[in-house]
Design a protein around this ligand. Structure first.
Ligand code: NAD
Length: 359
């Protein structure tokens, strides 16, 4: 039996997580597994209920589970809370830190038939298959933050960006191992022309590269990488980068896949892995059954692969998604002429049926 902590969160989180559970249940039925789900509060919903975006019971539940499935958190309702109570800073960052999830894996894969859904030209994105590995528990998001008044009556705000050799080595090694399983090409992204932390990053990668002669290593400045991602995305196999650069580049990379609603993620490194879509709580479409649940469903597939070592089952989910898309079914974010539109629940049902039928 696999124990899964379920944290739907806010906004579309409560709509997409049940669809991923349908997919997991279909896998359980077909393969005779048992998944035991325990739901808990997180984010704005938790703040509203108990005054804390990351209640101690939620953290405890996650620690005692085999994996965590998260929807999304945050929204305008909680934007003006003191910063430590805001869902992202008060829940998401400490959850990642507490579970020691230093490696965030975000595959950007263009599913067949979706090239028209992207704003980019078909010939540019056809065949895109990039794995972005983002450092998740260090860097500027976790550095000391402060504000002080200045003599001219204004303020000065400071966010510290620091990385240690240990933190860099750990994530870069992880990325090399991933590259070894793929096309053996690793691009390390930094801003070594300006930032000291990036200079240490690059030096560390150059040292580690000697241990991985079978993998081709390259270095790219983050500004160039953001341009190259839309100029010629097929040049990339595995990208490894620090926390904030990875955050930004993966949103950009999501457009290579047609919609941010297609981009799953896995955060691993500690005892318990966390699986969530790469997007946020999408307050603009929340409660309207317009959300694309596929990123969350694909995150559940990553859970099977990375936390439970159920590779065949993971591929069955991915195949079901491919087959639904191949038949022309789309949620509104992917919609184009001649396709059949489904709402969030219908899309979840369709994928679950394909899993059950092995299509
Ligand atoms: P967002 O990812 O929520 O939305 C960006 C755009 O993408 C919106 O137009 C939205 O409608 C669309 N979108 C996102 N997911 C979609 C899906 N599954 N299907 C269809 N369309 C989808 O980013 P945002 O608007 O910048 O942030 C909204 C809130 O989410 C903020 O409070 C933010 O802090 C939070 N956030 C949370 C996480 C997380 O929980 N991991 C990540 C990013 C942002």
């Amino acid at each position: 039996m696999y124990k899964i902590a379920v944290l739907p969160g806010d906004g579309i989180g409560v709509e997409i997580v049940p669809e991923a559970i349908k997919a997991l249940n279909a896998v359980a039925e077909r393969f005779g597994h048992e998944f035991a789900y325990t739901a808990a509060l997180i984010g704005g919903a938790a703040y509203d209920e108990v005054g804390n975006p990351l209640p101690a019971e939620t953290l405890e539940l996650c620690r005692n589970s085999d994996a965590v499935l998260l929807g999304a958190i945050g929204g305008p309702k909680w934007d003006n809370l003191p910063v430590h109570l805001r869902p992202e800073v008060g829940a998401l960052l400490p959850l990642r830190k507490e579970l020691a999830l230093y490696a965030n894996i975000r595959p950007s894969v263009l599913f067949p038939g979706l090239s028209q859904a992207s704003t980019l030209k078909e010939e540019v994105i056809e065949g895109v298959d990039i794995l972005v590995i983002r450092e998740l528990t260090g860097g500027i998001y976790f550095g000391e933050k402060s504000r002080e008044k200045t003599a001219d009556g204004g303020q000065k705000a400071t966010d510290i960006l620091s990385y240690s050799t240990y933190e860099i080595e750990r994530i870069v090694r992880f990325a090399y191992e991933a590259a070894r399983q793929r096309r053996k090409n690793l691009c390390s992204v930094d801003k070594a022309n300006v930032l000291e932390s990036s200079r240490l990053w690059r030096e560390t990668v150059m040292e580690l590269a000697k241990e991985y002669p079978d993998v081709e290593t390259s270095h790219m400045y983050v500004d160039n990488c953001s341009m190259q991602l839309i100029r010629n995305p097929r040049q990339f196999d595995v990208i490894v980068t620090e926390n904030m650069f990875g955050d930004i580049l993966t949103d950009e990379a999501s457009m290579l896949t047609g919609s941010i609603g297609m981009l799953p993620s896995a955060s691993i490194g500690g005892q318990v892995g966390l699986y969530e879509p790469s997007h946020g709580s999408a307050p603009d479409i929340a409660g309207q059954k317009k959300a694309n649940p596929l990123a969350t469903i694909l995150s559940a597939a990553m859970m099977l692969r990375h936390s439970f070592q159920l590779e065949t089952e993971a591929q069955i989910i991915e195949q079901a998604v491919r087959s639904v898309l191949a038949e022309g079914y789309r949620t509104p974010d992917l919609m184009e002429d001649g396709k059949k539109m489904l709402d969030t629940i219908e899309m979840g049902d369709m994928v679950a049926n394909k899993i059950r039928n092995g299509e």
